[in-house]
Design a protein around this ligand. Structure first.
Ligand code: FES
Ligand SMILES: [Fe+2]
Length: 369
């Protein structure tokens, strides 16, 4: 049994900006919705239902014509960048029915990311995608992944990211630092950019960094702030700031990274995971002063990600069994996870109720007619 579904009314990452070439059609499945996107000659990304209004052919299988319209691969209906059908080859002189209009999805491009809102379009205005300035600033170096399909509900990834107590044993041999897991958590939650966030902070002083952190961030003993923040259902931000003891408030002494993890549901058992590693552009590693800190972190990242991915898919497989007599136990360091699950179930319940009310209203309308 899968207790989790997904939240529809949220901004989700459809891709890094560089995934959207001009006039390149891309087919997506986000929250079980088929979506087609392309970047127009004018530079903006547009998003529509991927089903041709004629006979459901996926429009992402079509092509962009020299005049900028999208030509369906089946019977050649052409749609402009507002989703309006502007040509029907089989009857070039006939009227084009007004129903030949594609449903549009709210879409925003911001700080190097393209975001889509798969839920109720009216609610999209109330929320802003979380800022990610490190991805597009020249003072930061940013390296990002390709999109990776994970055979697991996206909440399992969010929980994984918010929980560093799995670093040992899952990441033993690379980032498996058990000392880190034992630092107590401060939990914070609130609202920012129109959405709920949950954040944990681990602060420590005079901490001897394990060799991999010393390699990335130069210092051997540090004061450290380590935060993990589920900024929204679509994005988790991780920040590590280290400085020699007593100097964490000195901007120039601080080293560290910002990580972004975008988790976009495909359906309730699959999601796309994208990550980005960001360090200050002029920070070089200790292990090789010719190689930047960002590159050193990004070298290790795929191994760590592969270990997480393995665990997430194994966890997901266990949801196929009946829960009869089984329940999960939350431990003390799991308090952020418990809070996130509560937020998710509340949001999903609210969406279910709203959906049922909408369906009920439609049914009533039908019976009146
Ligand atoms: S299905 Fe697209 S034109 Fe017929
Ligand atoms: Fe991990």
């Amino acid at each position: 049994m899968i207790p989790y579904h997904y939240i529809l009314n949220a901004w989700y990452v459809a891709g890094f900006s560089d995934e959207f070439g001009t006039n390149e059609l891309k087919g997506h499945k986000i929250c079980e919705k088929p979506i087609v996107t392309w970047r127009t000659e004018q530079g903006n990304v547009v998003a529509f239902d991927n089903r041709c209004r004629h006979k459901r052919m996926p429009l992402s299988e079509g092509r962009i014509m020299p005049d900028g319209t999208l030509e369906c691969a089946y019977h050649g209906l052409c749609y402009n960048s507002s989703g309006r059908c502007v040509a029907v080859p089989a009857h070039p002189n006939g009227n084009i029915p007004s129903q030949l209009q594609l449903s549009a999805y709210p879409i925003r491009e911001q700080d190097g990311l393209v975001w889509i809102w798969p839920g109720d379009p009216e609610k999209a205005e109330e929320v802003t995608p979380h800022p990610t300035p490190e991805l597009s600033s020249s003072t930061w170096e940013s390296i990002h992944s390709e999109p990776m399909e994970v055979r697991a509900n996206y909440l399992l990834l969010i929980e994984n990211l918010m929980d560093i107590t799995h670093f040992y044993p899952l990441h033993d041999g690379n980032i498996g630092d058990i000392g880190n897991s034992r630092i107590p958590i401060q939990l914070e939650e609130g609202q920012a950019h129109g959405t709920n966030y949950v954040k944990t902070t681990r602060e420590t002083s005079n901490y001897r960094q394990p060799p991999f952190l010393e390699d990335w961030f130069v210092y051997d003993v540090v004061d450290r702030e380590h935060t993990h923040c589920m900024t929204s259902p679509g994005l988790t931000r991780v920040e590590m700031r280290v400085a020699p003891p007593g100097r964490i408030k000195e901007k120039d002494a601080v080293r560290g990274y910002t990580l972004f993890h975008a988790h976009t549901p495909i359906d309730d058992r699959h999601h796309l995971w994208r990550w980005a590693v960001n360090c200050k552009a002029d920070h070089m590693s200790k292990g090789d002063p010719d190689v930047s800190a960002t590159k050193r972190v990004a070298q290790m990242f795929p191994t760590v990600v592969a270990q997480d991915l393995w665990a997430l898919e194994k966890q997901q497989e266990m949801f196929d069994f009946d829960d009869e007599g089984y329940f999960e136990v939350f431990l003390k360091p799991d308090k952020a996870l418990r809070r996130i699950r509560q937020l998710f179930s509340r949001a999903q319940q609210q969406e279910q109720v709203a959906l049922q009310q909408k369906r009920g209203a439609k049914l009533r309308l039908k019976s009146v007619n």
